[in-house]
Design a protein around this ligand. Structure first.
Ligand SMILES: *Cc1c(COP(=O)(O)O)cnc(C)c1O
Length: 404
């Protein structure tokens, strides 16, 4: 089968007979604006804000730096806890650690793979208490008490829009408001998703901030890049300051605080502007791919589609099959079988509590995350995947004979 062309999991779609991406990026070469100055950054921010229904947007160098700057701007401090589902890409937790805070790992719901609102309420209700100053803290452990230290402050909640599917944000934000904790959504792969009909930047009473990523395999790409979107003007102005060295331009090299250089370059933004003109087409392609997988496997109860929920329409960033009845070894054997057909399906995210840096992170019951992660098999889903290539994928999946 060595003559088969390789079908990757998910790669950028830059194919365009008019060369739009190349032509747009080339404008930066023509006018020399390849770095932080230049008109494309603003144009890109406006296009993303508008597509997401948000009033403001601040471009960043990656999704991870967007999350870090967002947490910082929301007031997360060293020693704080930030509630985040264990079943996510490690960047969600790394951004928390970069604030010298710690992730407090929670589980996902079985039917959505997103942060479980009922467990979140239990965490804040039963596992936390207010100190004499009214600050919400996790109840001190016996070790904390022995050391005379109080429990860690709850700094923020970070729901993750799993595979582009929004979490149950009305319930989550209701709980967050009740306890007065800010919410930053990791919507890295969710551009184009909607929550109860609202684009993710205009969810009524929604999160303060939503982070997006534009790395190579996301809905659109800038090569590497990210963005924070939000509707609170003062907060968003502070984020622009924080991500651009907090410089007071009226006073030359005068910087008002310790800040970051998390800017997106004009070169990357140019690519983003060109990609944004294709967003609707990319989303339609993602949905069509997801539907074709669902149809091809409809006759096989053991090959389930990824979750759909009543509260949201996902961006279908990744689609594939969920194999809850299979053993982890059988899923690995399927991946090897697909590899022999030149179909690349790398293993899915290992949850945070199984990663060396977060082995000791505080956690809740994680039985759903533990039960499902090895049974999630994303299949090729680049937006320019042809119907023929997708048929090659579904035929290969269906031709696999499960042993044992
Ligand atoms: C891609 C991704 C990120 C990180 O984005 P980068 O741009 O690669 O830093 C964070 N969280 C989730 C859920 C992601 O899928």
């Amino acid at each position: 089968m060595s003559d088969l062309s390789v079908i990757p999991l998910c790669v950028p779609n830059l194919e365009d007979e008019n060369g739009l991406e190349a032509r747009t990026v080339n404008q930066c070469f023509e006018n020399g604006m390849v770095s932080y100055g230049g008109a494309f950054v603003n144009e890109f921010q406006e296009k993303v804000a508008s597509a997401c229904g948000a009033r403001h947007a601040a471009a960043t160098s990656s999704g991870t730096t967007a999350l870090h700057a967002g947490l910082h701007a929301l007031g997360v401090q060293p020693g704080d806890l930030v509630i985040v589902p264990s079943l996510t890409f490690i960047a969600s937790a790394n951004a928390i650690s970069q604030c010298a805070a710690e992730p407090w790992l929670c589980d996902v719901a079985r039917d959505s793979w997103t942060l479980e609102a009922a467990q979140l309420e239990k965490m804040l209700e039963n596992e936390c208490m207010r100190d004499s100053a009214g600050v919400l803290r996790r109840r001190p452990s016996s070790q904390d008490e022995a050391k005379g230290s109080e429990g860690a402050r709850i700094g923020a909640i970070m729901p993750v829009y799993m595979l582009g599917l929004p979490a149950e944000m009305d319930r989550i934000c209701d709980v967050a408001r009740k306890f007065d904790i800010p919410v930053i959504a990791d919507g890295a792969a969710a551009m184009g998703a909607t929550f109860r009909g609202h684009p993710i930047g205009s969810i009524p009473d929604g999160p303060q901030l939503t982070a997006l990523s534009f790395n190579a395999n996301k809905i659109i790409t800038t090569g590497g890049g990210g963005m924070l979107i939000g509707n609170d003007e003062a907060l968003m102005e502070r984020i622009v300051q924080l991500t651009t060295t907090a410089r007071d331009w009226h006073r030359g090299y005068h910087h008002t605080e310790i800040a970051f250089n998390y800017r997106l370059t004009n070169l990357c933004a140019a690519l983003g502007v060109a990609q944004m003109s294709k967003l609707d087409g990319f989303l339609a392609a993602k949905h069509a791919i997801s539907q074709r997988y669902a149809q091809a496997f409809a006759g096989r109860a053991d090959l389930q589609p990824f979750p759909e929920v009543e509260w949201a329409t996902g961006a279908c960033w990744f689609s594939g099959v969920f194999l809850p009845e299979w053993s982890a070894d059988q899923v690995t054997a399927m991946r090897a079988h697909l590899d022999r057909h030149a179909i690349r399906t790398p293993p899915f995210w290992k949850p945070l509590h199984l990663q060396p840096p977060y082995r000791d992170a505080p956690r809740m019951d994680l039985s759903v995350s533990d039960a499902i992660w090895q049974h999630i098999l994303p299949l090729p889903c680049s937006t320019h995947l042809t119907v023929e290539d997708q048929k090659r994928v579904t035929d290969a999946v269906l031709s696999f004979e499960r042993q044992g």
